[in-house]
Design a protein around this ligand. Structure first.
Ligand SMILES: Nc1ncnc2c1ncn2[C@@H]1O[C@H](COP(=O)(O)OP(=O)(O)O)[C@@H](O)[C@H]1O
Ligand SMILES: [Mg+2]
Length: 297
């Protein structure tokens, strides 16, 4: 469990007062503030009170993190994900987003027992299908997530399967910014990795639904095996020494094989096929749901 702090802790001194007030307004007092993550100038807190938990994401007053959180605020205002967005603001140049906290396991957590060599494969299969359907639903609404990873898919008991972290989500009229470099590099499709690394690029690299599906299949592989799907070592690379830019260039070259470890051979064979197909032949998220549903367990 994350540690909790009181609302008067000095840690919050530099946060916009309006963000703290909004969190308390929505979750009630007394509130427990649990720090969840603090990366790249963006911190996430789980704030819990009698009205239930909320997620507060706050940017430092620096251009890059402020831009990312301001963009997520703009996305969520337009996305209209039912029950998710509670409030946004940009007090004193520090943008913040307040959302409902989705209570439940992520795909990473849901696959942990199978990754450890046990668990229920029928249940794991249901979870993977649900993740595909959640992404399919987003795509059918005309959106691309742009940062699909196993920690961004949450299975709730009451609100179904929900996606989070919409910092890079795109739709018509809300295209990717020129700061977009894909999501986690090892989950990036070859065509998107190539776009990110292209030197003479005149427009921002833009994620597509097919890129999301690639990232979803790679996410499943990662959550299932604890390892990235592509075998950098067999192609002569030292995985630990590769920079994100190296990884993108290598993925874009499409010369890599899949890693050989098999935790669930039938599932990994299917995921491997998806990862090796060109974007135009890759199944959409709905088709991938059906294909996973038909796998033996
Ligand atoms: N609304 C939410 N419901 C449940 N968990 C959340 C929520 N928002 C954030 N989290 C948790 O906090 C982590 C970081 O949040 P995220 O939005 O991914 O921030 P970052 O932009 O730093 O990646 C997530 O991986 C998840 O574990
Ligand atoms: Mg994230």
């Amino acid at each position: 469990m994350p540690s909790t702090m009181t609302e008067t802790d000095t840690t919050f001194a530099h946060y916009p007062a309006e963000a703290r007030a909004a969190a308390i307004y929505h979750c009630g007092v007394p509130a427990d503030w649990a720090p969840i993550s603090d990366r790249g100038g963006v911190s996430v807190w789980r704030v819990n009170g009698i009205a239930g938990p909320v997620a507060l994401k706050v940017a430092e007053r620096r251009a890059a993190p402020a831009g990312v959180v301001a963009r997520e605020a703009a996305v969520l205002q337009r996305l209209q994900d039912p029950g998710y967005l509670l409030d946004v603001g940009a007090g004193d140049g520090a943008p913040w987003v307040l959302t409902r906290w989705w209570e439940g396991h992520s795909t990473w957590e849901a696959l942990e027992p199978v990754r450890a060599g046990g668990g229920s494969r029928p249940l794991a299969r249901v979870r993977l299908v649900e993740a595909c359907l959640a992404l399919s639903d987003l795509h059918k609404r005309g959106w691309v997530h742009g940062d699909v990873q196993p920690h961004h898919i949450i299975y709730t008991r009451v609100h179904g399967t929900r996606l989070i972290d919409f910092s890079w989500a795109c739709t018509s009229g809300l295209e990717a910014p020129d700061t977009y470099l894909g999501g986690i590099t090892h989950l990036t499709s070859p065509e998107l990795a190539g776009e990110v690394e292209r030197e003479e690029r005149t427009s921002p690299a833009a994620p597509s639904p097919a890129d999301d599906v690639y990232a979803l299949a790679a996410s499943f592989w990662w959550a299932l095996t604890g390892d990235w799907p592509l075998d950098y070592h067999r192609a002569g690379h030292d995985e630990d020494k590769l920079s994100p830019s190296d990884v993108c260039r290598i993925i874009a070259s499409q010369g890599l094989n899949l890693k050989e470890d098999r935790v669930w051979p039938e599932l990994q064979e299917l995921l491997g096929e998806v990862l090796m197909l060109s974007a135009d032949k890759r199944p959409d998220a709905w088709t991938l749901a059906i294909e996973i549903r038909q796998l033996p367990v």
